[in-house]
Design a protein around this ligand. Structure first.
Ligand code: HAM
Length: 420
């Protein structure tokens, strides 16, 4: 152990567990790559104002959880707490919305930072795979994204998750609802903090988990009753498309999400084996965000899936991913001459595309064979002086235990054929 530890609320990914995270990331993004989404990567930090304007001054994410810093040059930056504002900023900056047909469909994967109280499933550094479809108002696009996330979780084998769905209305109907809700909330017996929230972000009060608050919320006006005809029709279409695709969802009129940019469709994927941090993913439509950050009107929709929580969900369901071993051949030289010859063979194997590793450090046969076992390699190649004198190596199949002498100059071809 060194003097240092990973900072509070963070953890390291180390082998062999790290392979699971890579596989999860790959599985979450695979359906996107297969559906016309192009890869985008943006910096880990941005102008603070991008998030305060985009995600919203009144949200916890911006007001309490952002890692902000002032650079030596005087710029106010924030480590990104989420991806949507950054991706839209980058798409606008690159004029992607002007280059071709809309929507611009993008996917991303990376690290995000929130100064939250750490607990299981809630970290200060975490990882998301996300998707954004920019510049189209089409219920089929909302449905597409929900279907793709559902597919991603299912290919991992997850079953115990539910999809919560809601509509938050648009700039026509939401303000009317907001007024009605504020009027209702102002009559309640609430603490000062919550009272302030009534002015800033009344919909978030509905999210309050405390029973004394929830009790008073019975009879609160519900957004569904205030949706305008256009929002209602849009939402019905999303629901119909999901049903037609065989995706089961639950209507959840209390689902408001913790970011201010949402309009109309919002959804969350919750897993029942995760305790309080049950959201494995979430997203929705954000038709006004582009204008909020100085761009043109570009109605858009997207989601982000939490990699850390997806891994926890797999563990909760007892799912062990079948990960192919990363090494196919492990070479064990006996003696100096063999070291040079086998090292060259390993290089040759690698150049031919075969995953190969070598017993480094000049330990004895026993230690080297231990490493070979631990590597999970299908084959070991062992050679000593006598083998080399005969121009062969001993190729051992670690699955069957069979061993055969193979001529040095056909080793690569032989291994390739056996692996095919
Ligand atoms: P979000 O709901 O804030 O949405 O985060 C999405 C997912 O990231 C969560 O469901 C959760 O799995 C994971 N996550 C969030 N915070 C943490 C944390 N502290 N520790 C571990 N995992 C966490 C967004 O970020 C939006 N940008 C999604 C979106 C994209 N909406 C439209 N487009």
């Amino acid at each position: 152990m060194s003097t240092f530890k990973a900072p509070k609320g963070t953890y390291d990914l180390t082998p062999p567990d790290s392979a699971k995270y890579l596989a999860v990331r790959e599985a979450l993004s695979a359906p996107l790559k297969n559906s016309g989404y192009g890869y985008i990567e943006t910096p880990g930090f941005e102008d603070v104002a991008l998030f305060s304007r985009g995600v919203g001054e009144s949200t916890d994410i911006v007001s309490k959880e952002m890692y902000t810093l002032t650079t030596k040059g005087g710029s106010e930056l924030a480590l990104r707490p989420e991806g949507t504002a950054s991706v839209l900023r980058a798409a606008l900056e690159a004029n992607l919305h002007k280059l071709g047909n809309l929507p611009v469909k993008l996917w991303y994967s990376g690290s995000y930072y929130r100064y939250e109280r750490p607990q299981k499933g809630r970290y200060r550094h975490f990882s998301q795979v996300g998707a954004e479809a920019i510049g189209a108002e089409d219920p089929a696009l909302d449905a597409e994204l929900i279907i793709l996330a559902d597919q991603a979780y299912r290919t991992l084998g997850l079953q115990n998750f539910r999809i919560l769905l809601n509509s938050l209305g648009d700039k026509e109907c939401r303000p009317v609802y907001r007024d009605a809700l504020q009027e209702f909330l102002r009559e309640l017996d609430l603490d000062d903090d919550t009272r302030r929230r009534i002015d800033l972000n009344p919909l978030r009060v509905l999210d309050d988990k405390r029973t004394e608050v929830q009790k008073q919320l019975v009879g609160a006006p519900v957004l569904r009753d205030y949706l305008c005809d256009a929002c209602k029709a849009y939402h019905e279409e999303v629901r119909d498309l999901l049903t037609a695709a065989g995706v089961v969802y639950e209507d959840d009129e209390k689902l408001v999400r913790g970011l201010d940019y949402y309009t109309r469709t919002t959804f969350e994927f919750v897993h029942d084996g995760l305790g309080s941090q049950s959201a494995v993913g979430g997203g929705g439509r954000y038709d006004g965000l582009s204008e909020m950050i100085g761009g043109p009107a570009l109605p858009s929709v997207g989601w982000a899936l939490g990699v850390d929580r997806t891994v926890l969900a797999l563990e909760a369901e007892g799912i062990v991913l079948e990960l192919p071993s990363s090494t196919s051949v492990f070479a064990v030289p006996l003696g100096e001459e063999a070291r040079r010859v086998l090292f060259a063979k390993v290089t040759e194997l690698r150049r031919a595309g075969v995953a190969a590793d070598f017993a480094f450090g000049g330990r004895g046969l026993k230690g080297a064979m231990k490493s070979a076992n631990r590597s999970g390699a299908r084959f070991t190649v062992v050679a000593g002086e006598r083998d080399l004198a005969e121009g062969v190596v001993q190729l051992k199949d670690m699955e069957s235990g069979e061993q055969q002498a193979v001529a040095l100059d056909v080793l690569v071809a032989e291994v390739q054929q056996k692996l095919a």
